[in-house]
Design a protein around this ligand. Structure first.
Ligand code: ATP
Ligand code: MG
Length: 353
């Protein structure tokens, strides 16, 4: 694998004046090669402390397929990305699949992870950190979404059953034991299914995991990696709702000084200081895509439902994350956030309660 990587990087390395014989490889902690997951290697040049490239490796049939689809998606994105956004995505360099497994190579995006900045305990002003990074991330996303091809579709009852309700019901025992909010969440999701059946919705292919852990900032620039394989069935707006929930959890960890998501108690999502920075972007997005405002609530549940299904289906379900996401749905309903977001999308954002 390492000989293949050195060879695949030779042109890129030559342009940067780097001898491929002097590259260093560091495997990141985590990454499970055996169960459909991927292992990540950071590749550094001589004397550099930041990785210049990232190699992703898989060894199972599902892992190989996902890696290939992620790589293909990055290639297509690169072909049509406007020049001002070009450096905000990894550049795909090479992909190789053999009987023993597969490897992909892409450029490393420099900077600090937004998740680390939001979650940091003891910071002076977490709400300021949120305001700044929400602005950076969502200005980027709105710009990106305007150049992406659009398609139209409906989330009918078959969609809800297939993509959200049945997979969640199958995990009923597991979810019931995990969180006191499970019943309330399932009821809300069941109640939402008829409300999207008649609307023809406009959508772009979402990133698929647009959360602060897949975003890095350096000064005023932001970058997004970990582009999921194309899934044209994800619900419209899901990237924004995923960003919202995930950011609320990181911020909660910082404010409540908690390591574990299952220990969070504060309803960050309903706080004015959380909503004010994000609502103008939700308004902008719903407006740009002509999405009726009464769909804010069912689309939120659709987005979060899909995310919990993805967590439940991992070979090792991530209990902590699932607890956090179920708690967030509870917070959304407790704070009647559909109405707050609805109002903020219609009128000016200083009317948020
Ligand atoms: N292009 C990149 N530039 C900088 N860092 C990267 C890049 N790709 C991956 N990384 C680092 O490796 C980590 C894991 O990679 P990635 O996000 O693609 O996989 P993952 O989060 O393990 O997969 P998944 O989100 O599908 O579970 C990232 O969180 C990031 O720290
Ligand atoms: Mg990731």
């Amino acid at each position: 694998m390492f000989a293949w990587i050195r060879n695949a990087l030779s042109e890129d390395a030559r342009q940067r004046g780097i001898d491929t014989g002097r590259l260093s490889f560091f495997k990141r902690v985590g990454g499970d090669l055996s169960s459909g997951g991927k292992a990540i290697f950071e590749i550094l040049g001589p004397g550099s402390s930041m990785p210049l490239w990232v190699a992703k490796a898989a060894r199972s049939p599902e892992g190989n397929q996902t890696l290939r689809q992620e790589y293909e998606r990055l290639k297509v994105l690169h072909q049509r990305i406007p020049p001002e956004l070009e450096y905000s995505l990894p550049r795909p360099i090479a992909f190789d699949e053999r009987e023993t497994g597969s490897v992909s190579l892409e450029t490393a995006l420099p900077g600090e992870k937004v998740s680390r900045l939001l979650r940091e305990h003891g910071q002076k002003d977490p709400w300021r950190t949120w305001k700044d990074h929400c602005g950076l991330a969502l200005d980027w996303y709105i710009l990106f979404s305007r150049d992406e091809p659009r398609h139209t579709r409906t989330l009918d009852e078959d969609w809800w059953q297939r993509r959200v309700i049945r997979p969640l019901e199958e995990a009923d025992d597991f979810l019931r034991d995990l969180s006191p909010h499970w019943n309330e969440v399932l009821e809300a999701i069941r109640g939402a299914q008829s409300s999207t059946s008649k609307s023809l919705l406009q959508d772009l292919i979402p990133h698929g995991d647009f959360t602060p852990t897949n975003l890095v900032v350096q000064g005023d620039s932001i970058g997004a990696f970990d582009w999921s394989p194309v899934d044209s069935e994800l619900p419209p707006g899901c990237d924004l709702f995923h960003f919202m929930v995930s950011s609320g959890l990181y911020l909660g960890q910082s404010i409540e000084k908690k390591l574990h998501l299952s220990e969070l108690r504060m309803n960050v999502l309903s706080d004015k200081r959380f909503l004010e920075p994000i609502c103008p972007y939700l308004r902008q997005y719903f407006n740009d895509f002509s999405i009726p405002l009464e769909l804010v609530h069912p689309l939120f549940l659709a987005a979060v439902g899909c995310k919990i299904v993805a967590y439940v289906r991992r070979p090792e379900p991530i209990r902590e994350s699932i607890c956090g996401w179920l708690f967030s749905v509870h917070c959304w309903m407790d704070g009647k956030l559909d109405q707050a977001v609805h109002r903020a999308c219609k009128v000016h954002s200083d009317l948020i309660p």
